[in-house]
Design a protein around this ligand. Sequence first.
Ligand code: PEP
Ligand code: MG
Length: 740
Amino acid sequence: MDSLLLQISQLVRKASDASDPELQLREIVDSISGMFAVDVCSVYLLNEKNEPTLYASHGLITDNPVSLSEGRGLIGKAIQTKSIVNVANAAQEDEFELVPNTGELRFKSFCAVPLIKQGNCLGGLVVQSKKAEVLAPHLEALLVTIAAQLAWLIPDQKVLEKYTPVNLTLSGLKGAGGLAIGDVHLLSLPTLEQVKVEKAPDNEDTLSEWQRVKSLVNDQLKAEKQQMAQQSITGEVIGIFDMYQLLLEDSAFNHAVNQELGLGYSLAGAVKKTIMGFVETFEAIEDEYLSSRAEDLIHLGNKIIRVIYEVEGKIHTIPDHPVVLFAREVSVSDIALFQDGQIQAILCSEGSLLSHTAILANALGIPALLGLGAQFLPEENERVIVDADNSKLIRFPSNALCREYETLKQQQFDEFEKLKELRDLPAVTQDGIRVNLLANSGLLNDLEPSLKSGAEGVGLYRTEIPFMSCSAFPSEQEQATIYRELFSTFGDLPVYMRVLDIGGDKQLPYFPINDEQNPALGWRGVRFCLDNTAIFRSQLVAMLQASEGYHGLHILAPMVSSLEQIRSFKSLIGESIDLLQGKGHEIKRPKVGCMIEVPAAISQIPVWAEELDFISIGSNDLCQYLLSVDRNNPRVASLFDSTHPAVLHEIKRIVQFAESASLDICLCGEMASDPRSVVMLIGLGIKKLSLGAAQLPRIKKLIRSLNYKDCSKLVIRLSGIPTSEGIKREIDAYLEKVLA
Ligand code: PEP
Ligand code: MG
């Protein structure tokens, strides 16, 4: 209880300090839902017509302000009677009224307390949970206490509608460092979520338009299904397409759409209303199978909406000026829509520092701020400052602030130009230890920048990235053409090509694997490759064929956890070599290695060593699995910590095992571009790092100022420090000395 009281006083303090009313409401709902461990916390304020209007929510969809009529619903009752409504199952109450398009039906329990200021009721504070139980009396009392304090802080509805903030600062997660000042462009492949449900002034032809849209969606589904079948993919995945087609023709579904159209809604609005209605019904069913079908409905809805927008000619056009790109998530195919250099920065409401968007942004040297939250919805052409180095986004910046940031940007540019002078100098420590710096790549347009940055080869080529920008699995020949570019750019320098590492956060649009409870532990990396040998063989053949005439090919297996996987992997490589040699190609045997990113792999290095030529530490996944912290979840991003004592301990073991077995070792995760981690890695004896080209010159400069012997002594001291904070402090003290 004491700690709850402390949290309440902190919440009240934070809410009173918030620089803008919207942010203040967001702070309140997020904090209360965490504090009370409930699924939903919402603030309703009375609008001019005295209608309870949902202004902010943690847990409910709030893409359009939704109101109930005056006094209606359980929230209306709490406000009108200025009393608490605390029930176990809201939908069973006589006064219950669904707040539409919010996904509310999923939640059963409901407790509303009025927000009363000087005797006037401004609105209500509501908490809801999936579990049907009344809020415990002591929690109800706490909610009343909080509401009493918040009523004095919460802005009234008029303030919220008129407020225009200046220099409003939001914090996000740094996906890729850098600074940009520019205008937002909303990259909206429209989704169901973004559609505004509104009546269309003229919707006479919509019935025939609906028929046309359905037949186009159907054609798309057929084509996608056919592509899958051609890739020998059957079973569950094909089943999804059948189900989509059935839903599209379902009579209840069509009847509901027609009814909404009859009421005058636009086609997109009618589809959204219908789908959301079905989703709410499905989600309310206590059957795991049926409730998970709600997700399929949303996928189908997104497909339909895209076709509607195409038919209506509303698909967005790409501007011809520089942009700060905003989307929920940005994929490689989105980036490909823009000219080189046109994207000044990337902003995403989802994702975190190790998500694929972050990796792409790093590879391309584009500043990126991720995990800005679903509530962040900027306007098209809105001016922003993206200060990714400090994880900050500044909305509505003043002219004076823009000028200051322009100066800073120029300084950074000058420094970067100076770093280019290091291009042909080796990465060598003060006491003569030579470190190889290679580039992480995945896009053809990052190859030239990698070479220019002074990379001594490609230390990690993520082959899933080109796969992501295709609309079906690329053919062997298409792959070979792409891979050949790598060799023609890097000649005989080493090129570490990692085989397809999909699954987890890396989804292919044409092969979604989205029915897993724990995708990070699911059908990923080498597991997927070995289960889909047709796809995998064609990739191996393409790699080997592309490398003909060059000496640098290294083939790398991701997510390996057993010796059997390594043996199967090698045997498929052997078969592919035989096949090509049989056709007269001169193929040399490539070096073969595996990623060390599953913790179980560490102790197995001595056993696997005789099968392998090298290992590569995938520190992104290794940290994720060692610390059990989802690398994509902004909520736990602060726990993802590469200076954690356990990470240091395990990397030390990996290096010792590799040295004893004389295995070549590289590290290709994001640790290679983090200065603190680099000090640690050099001290541990790692002499090959692979990182984004944009970061490479900075890391080279750092290595040239380090002393290897001092770093190894430092690492011995670090091994005795039990906290990450302590480790960071000690490294910082060393860095301060060497960089002074
Ligand atoms: C890693 O896991 O560290 C890695 C380099 O691979 P990816 O980030 O592509 O999973
Ligand atoms: Mg990985």
